[in-house]
Design a protein around this ligand. Structure first.
Ligand code: PLP
Length: 395
């Protein structure tokens, strides 16, 4: 049966984890893996989440099945956090959705929904993007149309190119957008760029699929969510794929949700049934533990405030590292200023594969082959040696 199969290449980032782990050098810097790290280089469980887990452990009486929608109270809390309880679509009962296994699960359900809505469904994806975006969409049978989004050499978003690409869209085509903290570019649309994209979506009847995986790690939770909220308020339809992996640090617990803003409450009921049916086939129901803990955090005023403060500390640490990198770059005569303007965990530097290899071989600095660096993988102490190594390898 398996004779016709050929081996597939391993994920280059996962291969990097193994290389980093096996590196015996005492001072090594991992800028490859996409997880937040604190100043000690750790990815801890957030205190608010830990307290919620303790409460769950004491109070949870059953682990019996929930439905394909997962924890409905978690979903409602997350919807209100992301869109706002007073969002017009929420108030009008026009938001369908379910809890999903992480943002990946939400994207997979979004793909299913788009595909079930139209057999000739297409999705526009700007490049570079998170490497899983196109495979998720393509595996669901959607025709992926890519267009350049980011000029790595210039460190600028190609809004004109993007708007021109969307001008080729047909009604009901989907458009994948990064809600904030673009992975891997770190460069988001500015207000004017968002307005132009929204106009293009509206003019062509395109449906945005907004990936929200890093809200809270850019300018702050409300600011990071503002573009998605605005689009979801002004366009008749929008799909939001939400991950709690980074901003609740729940990575392996697989927590997320898909929110689908529809044109009417009646349409929301239909979409709800389609999402539940699709989830039932894909994973029957999402894992509960992390979502239940996140629900407790969101329900409890004290835990919620503690979580927001922890998230803010993470955000401030990343912003501080970005400023420090740019300043050290200026002192060394390197052009790293864009890093300070960019948001979230990632930036993509104009590094050749040879430069990336040199960083690893000669300096024990691990970056993705694409030149993407995880800024949160640095400590403040690492900044000077990393910038010096960049000067040697990339200069
Ligand atoms: N979207 C983007 C842009 C991401 O970077 C990631 C994870 O790295 C995801 C979605 C999926 O996250 P999750 O681990 O919650 O599935």
């Amino acid at each position: 049966m398996f004779k016709s199969l050929s081996p597939l290449p391993p994920d280059p980032l996962l291969a990097l984890i193994d290389l980093h782990r096996a590196d015996p050098r005492p001072r090594k810097v991992d800028l490859g893996v996409g997880v937040y790290r604190d100043e000690r280089g750790e990815t801890p469980v957030m205190q608010a989440v830990k307290k919620a887990e303790q409460r769950l452990w004491q109070e949870q009486r059953t682990k019996s099945y929930l439905g394909p929608g997962g924890d409905l109270a978690f979903f409602a809390r997350l919807r209100d956090l992301v869109l706002g309880a007073d969002h017009p679509a929420v108030v009008a009962g026009r938001v369908a959705g379910v809890q999903t296994p992480g943002g990946t699960g939400a994207l997979r359900l979004a793909a299913d929904l788009v595909r079930r809505s139209a057999s000739d469904a297409r999705i526009f994806v700007g490049t570079p993007s998170w490497p899983n975006h196109v495979p998720i969409m393509a595996t669901a049978g959607i025709d992926c149309r890519t267009h350049p989004y980011f000029d790595v050499a210039m460190q600028s978003v190609l809004v004109d190119v993007m708007v021109a690409a969307l001008g080729e869209g047909r009604a009901n085509d989907a458009v994948l957008l990064h809600g904030c903290c673009h992975n891997p570019a770190g460069a988001d649309l500015d207000a004017q760029g968002w307005a132009r994209v929204e106009k293009a979506l509206s003019a062509r009847g395109l449906v945005p699929v907004i990936d929200l995986a890093y809200h809270g790690l850019g300018d702050g939770l409300e600011q990071d969510l503002a573009p998605a909220r605005g689009i979801a308020a002004r366009l008749p339809r929008a799909i939001l794929c939400v991950s709690c992996s980074k901003n609740f640090a729940l990575y392996r617990d697989r927590v997320g949700a898909i929110l689908v803003v529809t044109e009417s409450a009646e349409e929301a009921r239909v979409v709800q049934s389609v999402l539940e049916s699709a989830a039932r086939v894909l994973w029957s129901m999402p894992p509960d533990h992390g979502a239940a803990a996140a629900r407790l955090v969101l329900e409890d005023e004290e835990l919620r405030a503690e979580w927001r403060a922890e998230l803010d500390t993470m955000r401030a640490r990343i912003a501080g590292l970005r400023q420090a990198l740019a300043a050290a770059g200026r002192a060394a005569g390197l052009k790293l200023d864009a890093i300070a303007r960019q948001k979230g965990m990632f930036s993509t530097l104009p590094l050749t594969p040879a430069a990336v290899e040199g960083l690893r071989r000669d300096h024990a600095i691990y970056a993705a082959p694409s030149g993407r660096i995880n800024v949160a993988g640095l400590t403040l102490e690492d900044v000077a040696p990393v910038v010096e190594a960049l000067g040697r390898c990339a200069g």
